[in-house]
Design a protein around this ligand. Structure first.
Ligand code: HEC
Length: 131
């Protein structure tokens, strides 16, 4: 019974968070396993490096968002902004995520950019910014 109650409140909590933190949560569920900044960069480039590259090529919010959606839908070597990362980690797999989820994530990543870029500056200072 106790377990059931805990589960019930967890559902309520998740629902009440949904609108504000959707992008962040979805990012945590769908992208962080490979792109987490704090993990050793062995599977994929850290997310702040990814955001920095995409942001430089697509500085406008809507362009940035469509670029992320298109990339996740169909990662392709020919259009990659980080060819060094492909050589190091191989091409990102096609994951079949829903476009709506990826859009939420892209919005979150763009709006978080200032924070991420600061981390990236630190990252570059440590000499790991060559991807
Ligand atoms: C299974 C591991 C994995 C997951 C999950 C994953 N990625 Fe990646 N991603 C990679 C790898 C590896 C690369 C580097 C090689 C490349 O660019 O294809 C990459 C590169 C990228 C790039 C750079 C593309 C470019 O132009 O070079 C973007 C943008 C990106 N990922 C976004 C995402 C987003 C958003 C999610 C979650 C919806 C996500 N990734 C989930 C492995 C992953």
């Amino acid at each position: 019974m106790k377990l059931q109650i805990t589960g019930f409140f967890t559902v309520i909590l998740l629902m009440s968070n949904a609108s504000a933190n959707d992008g962040k949560e979805l990012y945590g569920q769908l992208c962080a396993s490979c792109h987490a900044a704090e993990s050793n960069p062995k599977v994929a480039p850290p997310i702040f490096a990814v955001v920095d590259h995409v942001r430089q090529a697509y500085p406008k919010r809507e362009d940035f968002i469509s670029r992320i959606i298109e990339w996740v839908d169909e990662p392709e070597t020919e259009v990659a902004l980080m060819p060094g990362a492909i050589r190091k980690f191989n091409l990102m797999p096609k994951l079949g995520y829903s476009q709506r989820d990826v859009e939420e994530i892209a919005e979150y990543l763009f709006d978080k950019d200032t924070v991420l870029s600061k981390e990236y500056v630190e990252h570059k200072k440590k000499g790991h910014g060559n991807n």
